[in-house]
Design a protein around this ligand. Sequence first.
Ligand SMILES: [Zn+2]
Ligand SMILES: [Zn+2]
Length: 341
Amino acid sequence: MKMKAMVYKGPKELQIEEVNVPEIGDRDILVKVKYCGVCGTDIHIYQGDGGSFEVTPPLIMGHELSGIVEQTGKLVTKVKKGDLVSVDPNDMCGECYFCKNAMEQFCLSNKGYGTTVDGGFAEYIVAGEKQVFLFREGTDALTAAMAEPLSCCIHGIDLCNITTGSEVLVMGGGPIGLIMMQLARMSGAAKVILSEPVAEKRELGLKLGADLVVDPIKEDLEEVLRNNCKNINTVIECVGNPKTIENAIDLAGKGATVMLFGLTGPDAKINVRPDVVFKKELKITSSFINPYSFERAISVIESGRINVTDVITDIVKLENAISVFENPEYRRKGKVVVKMF
Ligand SMILES: [Zn+2]
Ligand SMILES: [Zn+2]
């Protein structure tokens, strides 16, 4: 059987091709992909600066997917044909030092759907049973496709030290910033401030629950925070820009956690004054992929308590997916999802 897929052939080279539908093993599941989101990581891979993992073309990218179970291997018991599922793309070995010490994100022989093995920008994907997560009947498939980015955000939030009554500054109102903002509220923040230069994104931020939105270009963010907050306990940087990261460190309150969530290029550097870190006892941290958070992402989605679909600005067909990679305008607006059927 053949299927259509978008194949990554090397930096700046994508092609829609007919390829074989992969065979499934006894513990595998063949998923008919419904939606697959375009992630910042995919763009980094496309541009040739690597993502979280080493990528060897040819490869079908795509790791933010939902789909319908088409076929199950002989030993599969978790799901059946017709079920709505998502796939946790990061398949850890369970045997190495890091897997054995509650740090599976650093697994030494991780398999990554869409990064080291074929992913979701195709009509079908084969995934091992343990990577497949079932949604409650009636869950919307577009929402389900957001499980993976949400799981990454949940791991980030786990490391943000947000406590009840915290004041949280989110820098960057892209899809990730808008999800982080909502998770911060869910985690007990009393005040969430969103800093974002694009007016439409600030508006969406307000709709999704920001207590205050600031245009960091036209307004003096520091002054706004001084007038409206007691102490910024957590800053979540979702831009991945060295200048914004430096600002995040300056704007953080006393005893604050600064979460560097936005991905910079591999060679980016920041200027930090240790004196500032010292006087404020800052905890500067970051978050790598999605360990132990996929199940909770499913729960959060099923709870309906956060809105993960309003951050989606475009839904395109596979035939038009290459233009999403070629044209930065698409991504500047927000999240793009490829609709397979
Ligand atoms: Zn991703
Ligand atoms: Zn491992």
